[in-house]
Design a binder for this molecule. Structure first.
Ligand code: UDP
Length: 329
């Protein structure tokens, strides 16, 4: 039986493909290559196309014996989602609807879903647990919440079981040095800080210094991408074992401010990394820190690369060795 990984050529998807590959799973990848990279695939059989293309998805399901899906394919930029919500509803929400309908048609009843802390919005409690209120402050988070809710009703009606993994901030790169983070344009904090360290940018722009946090900058919980990948494999196992649908947070449980991230990156790289303070970015909550107790208990998940310094070191190794990423965009 094969695992279908949608968006498998993207940043987190490619690390999940690597984790599946390491334990000998048969892997099928669907990616429309808008953000994906062929070189990011360390294994698996690639089908290049879009979830919303029904004939294409028929071929994928007909040519392979798929028993579980890991669904990464989506747009995922907070800022962009505030400017172009329609793109997010179309690709993320409609794309997921198309996928679930095909899964139902081809009798595939297990899905692990790439969700996000952005489903919570401004948290009521810190750290956030899975029972806390979900009130997204940006269109990206709203579409991910809509996708989760869609899966809930496909479970009720069609017995498609899901595990939704709400990640906090993914960072770092694979220990092999072969794959890492390469978005174009890049919008995420750690890669941008490292691009400034490499001299590819004149400075890092810090979005907002007037948040209600200790140093006025936003606080996030950074989690190594390979620890995230491991959680997906555990979630597939859980569904294959017959477990019911569930939602899990994935984070380390410790928050770091934007200023702290820059300080640690300066120490790791030995570079100056100039910072310029700018206005807030629309849609950003002040603080997002996870309680992942549930994932630890029920999935047996145990993040191994949990020190931010080590996460940034692993990202820095990738960026230093691959200053232009995969060099294909
Ligand atoms: N951020 C920043 N400058 C940048 C990119 C991000 O100050 O060039 C801040 C952003 O406002 C947020 C944090 O860094 O508070 C993490 O942002 P990122 O885009 O990496 O992840 P997100 O939390 O949006 O998923």
């Amino acid at each position: 039986m094969a695992v279908l990984v949608t968006g498998g050529a993207g940043y987190i998807g490619s690390h999940a493909v690597a984790a599946l590959q390491e334990r000998g799973e048969e892997i099928v990848i669907v990616d429309n290559m808008q953000q994906g990279h062929r070189k990011a695939l360390l294994g698996g059989k690639l089908y290049e196309g879009d979830l919303r293309d029904a004939a294409f998805m028929d071929t994928v399901f007909q040519e392979n014996e798929i028993d579980a899906v890991i669904h990464f394919a989506a747009n995922s930029l907070v800022g962009e989602s505030m400017k172009d919500p329609g793109k997010y509803y179309h690709n993320n929400v409609f794309g997921t609807l198309c996928l679930l309908e095909k899964m139902n048609e081809y009798n595939v009843r297990k899905i692990v879903f790439s969700s996000t802390a952005a489903t919570y919005g401004e948290p009521e409690n810190v750290p956030i647990d899975e029972y806390d209120r979900t009130l997204p402050t940006n269109a990206y988070g709203e579409t991910k919440l809509a996708m989760e809710k869609m899966m809930k009703w496909f479970d009720v009606a069609h017995n498609i079981k899901f595990v939704s993994l709400r990640y906090f901030n993914a960072a770092g790169a694979h220990e092999s040095g072969k794959i890492g983070e390469d978005h174009s344009p890049e919008t995420h904090l750690i890669p941008i800080v490292l691009q400034a360290a490499l001299g590819q940018r004149p400075h890092i722009s810090v979005f907002g210094e007037d948040y209600e946090t200790a140093d006025g900058t936003c606080i996030r919980d950074y989690i190594h991408v390979s620890d995230l990948a491991d959680a997906h494999v555990l979630a597939v196992d859980r569904l294959r074992g017959g477990a019911d649908s569930a939602v899990y947070n994935l984070g380390n449980g410790t928050g770091f401010s934007v200023k702290q991230v820059i300080e640690i990156a300066r120490a790791v790289t030995g570079k100056e990394i100039p910072a310029v303070f700018e206005a807030r970015r629309a849609g950003d909550p002040a603080t997002l820190v996870a309680s992942s107790d549930r994932a630890r208990k029920e999935l047996g998940w145990n993040p191994k690369r949990d020190k931010l310094e080590d996460i940034i070191k692993s990202a820095w190794s990738w960026h230093e060795a691959n200053p232009n990423g995969y060099g294909d965009k």
